[in-house]
Design a binder for this molecule. Structure first.
Ligand code: NDP
Length: 360
């Protein structure tokens, strides 16, 4: 009972630690993409995600090495910890929605999608959206490490290379996000979404637990003896996906911040309507959302990497990306069509595929 309670509050403690570290550790101020609705100025953000992750993981490793906390605590208590994270995420989202001006007449819709665009505290030092993503990323990494530790402790003589590879790819995923935290400022969630259950519960509960589902499904099972070639294919798929996704994000980020600058030797080619312009070459000439294809490939790579190809658990991960990104592309297409009008029509003509070139 006491153990269950401790598990329940573990994500609360991690959230508190991450928040204090985020506020106390040095950070750099950067200009974002979303605007202040009153002044029209672009919002500024204070970012230090990589440092916060490093210090938190160091703290976790110290607790493990000194025996103060079992290495696999978060795996053993995964269900109570997930319940604690859900309660925290729902409570946080509710607190932000109640009392804020209505967006729609339906409370349920407002609760899910949120009412506030960019809630912030301490003069912008604590931005709710970037804080949510930071807590989610750090908690995900702690889960990944703890889940992998559980496997290593359970099968010390013959650990599965798939658990090591899966944990490595997910760690790469977290490090990549935090390294390019600044690029995330130009994404849809930051400029087009509000903070409700979708983002609040999504980042505090869904992201850190569900994204570890491939490991969650297999770490209590023995080494499946999967062929090395399959591990190599999964790593290659993941890296190919990452190149597409990161490449497209960076090309767009550069285009929005320094419009004429070349990216990987590619000079930006654009279509214009006199006021606005859209990229039509490089990653943005392959399909209109090749970055989403990249995310799905990374998901498939992670599902394959853990070595249990016929087990359904790991496949939930890429399936989730499909369910998330296919409708999201449609939403973004409608949004861009309304925003860019004729220019977007020309872009669609020039780059006809939505996500997968020659297929979709
Ligand atoms: P995009 O990065 O694709 O951004 C879409 C926006 O980019 C559009 O609304 C438009 O905004 C602008 N844009 C579109 N086409 C062009 C063009 N040709 N030239 C210039 N600007 C263009 O989508 P998201 O924000 O949804 O995703 C960002 C990243 O996050 C992606 O890599 C995505 O895969 C990833 N992601 C990751 C998730 C995860 O859990 N790992 C979940 C969801 C997304 P504007 O009006 O400003 O021009």
């Amino acid at each position: 009972m006491l153990d269950g309670l401790a598990g329940f509050f573990t994500p609360w403690v991690v959230t508190l630690v991450v928040t204090l570290l985020h506020l106390a550790l040095p950070g750099r101020w950067v200009v974002g993409y979303a605007r202040d609705p009153i002044t029209g100025e672009r919002l500024r953000y204070r970012l230090n995600g990589i440092l916060v992750l490093g210090v938190t993981v160091l703290g976790w490793a110290t607790l493990g090495a000194t025996g103060a906390l079992p290495w696999d605590w978060l795996y053993v208590h995964r269900w109570s910890s997930f319940a604690g994270a859900c309660t925290l995420g729902l409570g946080f989202s509710l607190a932000l929605v109640v009392g804020a001006p209505k967006v729609t007449p339906r409370f349920a819709a407002d609760l899910y999608l949120g009412r506030r665009d960019n809630p912030r505290l301490l003069g912008g030092r604590l931005d709710a959206k970037m804080w949510l993503y930071l807590v989610g990323a750090v908690m995900l990494e702690l889960n990944v490490l703890s889940f992998a530790a559980h496997h290593a402790l359970s099968y010390p003589r013959d650990p599965s290379p798939g658990v090591l590879l899966g944990a490595g790819l997910l760690t790469f995923f977290v490090l990549d996000y935090l390294t390019f935290e600044r690029v995330h400022l130009t994404t849809y969630d930051l400029f087009a979404e509000r903070v409700g259950i979708k983002l609040g519960w999504g980042c505090l509960a869904f992201y850190p637990y569900f994204y570890a589902v491939a490991l969650w499904s297999v770490v209590d099972r023995p080494n499946p003896g999967t062929a090395t070639a399959l591990y190599a294919v999964s790593a290659l798929l993941f890296l190919a996906g990452w190149s597409l996704s990161r490449g497209a994000n960076l090309q767009k980020y550069l285009f929005k911040t320094r419009p004429g600058a070349s990216f990987l030797g590619i000079t930006p080619e654009v279509i214009e309507d006199g006021q606005r312009s859209l990229l039509v070459n490089g990653f943005w000439g392959v399909s209109r959302h090749v970055n989403y294809l990249g995310e799905v490939l990374m998901g498939i790579g992670i599902a394959l990497s853990v070595g249990y190809v016929t087990s359904p658990g790991p496949w939930l991960y890429p399936l989730y990306y499909l369910l998330l990104l296919v409708p999201r592309e449609r939403d973004d297409d409608a949004r861009c069509s309304a925003k860019y009008g004729e220019l977007w029509r020309r872009y669609r003509e020039r780059v006809p595929y939505r996500i997968v070139p020659y297929v979709y």
